[in-house]
Design a protein around this ligand. Sequence first.
Ligand code: GRG
Length: 301
Amino acid sequence: PAASQDVPERAAGFPDDLTLLVNDYLAQLRFAREPGVSGLQEAMHYSLLAPGKRVRPVLALATARAIGHDPREVLPLAAALELIHTFTLVHDDLPALDDDDLRRGQPTAHVRFGEDVAILAADALFAEAFRLVLSEQRGEPAHVLAALAALTDATGVNGLAGGQYIDVRGLAGARSVGLRCLHRLKTGALMRASVESVLLVHGFKGVALDEFRKFADELGLLFQIVDDILDVTADASELGKDTGTDARHGKVTYVSRFGLPWAQSLAEQTHAAARAALARAVPDGAAELEAITDFFLDRTS
Ligand code: GRG
């Protein structure tokens, strides 16, 4: 690894007040207007309301606070990020992809409801995410559309879908593609959108966005490296996550490629780089974003 940077002091824990705001908002969402589709709504709620960490929506709310806004103003946008994330988890677990039985400490959606309903529930969550932003997110219409464009870009061929393609085709091991590209698309894009969309909805443009983008990109990378480390160091049942680790699926990870000590060192360096970019983005400090960055390094699940 390259020369290490100074590691800043750890901030206080993950912002639980923001997690509560997200969970309360998600819990009151109702999607079905017809009794005939209440079973589909049940499947949507099953995956959405299972105990995830909510890192993407909390990152969005913390970004709002960092720029001096009430986080509650961007709850529809934050919730949309979690709906999209949940959609990808349901698809990722399907037999055609990772074929996992356990997610967020409970049977995966296709195990509980069957593949057909799981696919439909995920598709409906994806669509409802965009409906939520379009119908509930307040802001200047041009700013809301810019935020929506960022969200959409993060899910397409240059984001989640593209990242998953690289994954299923085993292209991360190819010199011309690489592990970094896989994770920039599969994990990083939605992390970046969690920060960027909030800035866009509040009318940020150009250079004002750049340091935040650098921060978000380092954060996405940090999240993934630590995910790869936890894949081999943590007990899956303890994690409450899918039992099918990337290592078991034979995928290339930071640990399988470079070894555990190197991955741990890279995580420390990426954490320092994220904190440095954040300090440039918000010179007066941003307690919640600092705490999230520290949590990304120190998390055990
Ligand atoms: C977007 C059109 C479109 C298709 C989806 C299936 C798919 C393509 C992409 C999958 C992307 C994927 C599963 C990425 C994994 C990212 C990741 C690190 C998941 C775990 O996130 P956590 O730890 O989980 O935040 P919790 O359960 O805490 O929310």
